[in-house]
Design a protein around this ligand. Structure first.
Ligand code: FMN
Length: 210
């Protein structure tokens, strides 16, 4: 699918066909692409829990304030942010030349260690970028998706046995759309949300210029 068509096709779907299932092999294909998402220092601050089990999806629906997408989708993917991803740097950089490791590893450690706010910001940033790749990848394969933060994070963490280094960033529900697509919801005009060069600069008018 052309990228601009893909962007226009993706929409948050609220109603899934509960009888549609997804094969592990298709999920594997999807996640082979998702892990190509960018992350600072390539630390890949993410972990995914792909919930296909019907009984667990029902429990997650309760934790998601009754939102039916969670129970009816083929797979509810909890995209988690990894707070201590910086500790993986030695493994991630193990095949780079020693002089690069000597430079980068202390830099990464000093950047993150003792800075829980940054660890959290980074976990949310990287996981969110991965979630976007997941939504586009699924849309490209004909699935419908819905990103979701309407859930109780403590209840979800408990149900899915998350360890304390992982925070639930969002669910991405993936399934087959049951009802026809709704019209695209309102977007602020580009002229309103883009400024050239600084916030006090002119809006992006779109005329050809240098
Ligand atoms: C981080 C995030 C959390 C969201 N949480 C929910 C949710 O809990 N339930 C829901 O129905 N939609 C949720 N949405 C979908 C938004 O309502 C939707 O993206 C927005 O209205 C724009 O519509 P569109 O995605 O169809 O373009 C969420 C979207 C994002 C990005």
């Amino acid at each position: 699918m052309e990228f601009s068509e893909l962007v226009r096709r993706r929409a948050s779907v609220k109603s899934f066909d509960p009888d549609k299932t997804i094969l592990d092999a298709e999920l594997k294909e999807l996640f082979d692409e998702v892990v190509l998402s960018p992350s600072s220092f390539n630390l890949q601050h993410w972990t995914f829990i792909a919930v296909k089990d019907r009984a667990m999806k029902k429990k997650l629906k309760e934790a998601a304030f009754g939102q039916s997408q969670i129970a009816d989708c083929a797979v509810a993917v909890l995209v988690c942010g990894k707070l201590d991803a910086f500790k993986d740097a030695p493994e991630i950089y193990k095949n780079t030349p020693q002089e690069i490791q000597n430079l980068v590893l202390p830099k990464i450690h000093n950047f993150y260690a003792g800075n829980p706010q940054l660890q959290r910001d980074e976990a949310i940033r990287s996981a969110s970028l991965a979630a976007m790749t997941l939504m586009y990848g699924a849309t490209d394969r004909g699935w419908a998706t819905c990103p979701m933060i309407g859930f109780d994070p403590s209840a979800v963490s408990r149900l899915l046995s998350l360890t304390s280094n992982l925070i639930p960033v969002m669910f991405v529900a993936i399934g087959h759309q049951k009802t026809p697509p709704r019209p695209r919801s309102y977007r602020h005009p580009v002229e309103q949300v883009v400024r050239l060069n600084s916030l006090t600069g002119p809006p992006l008018a779109g005329e050809a210029n240098g």
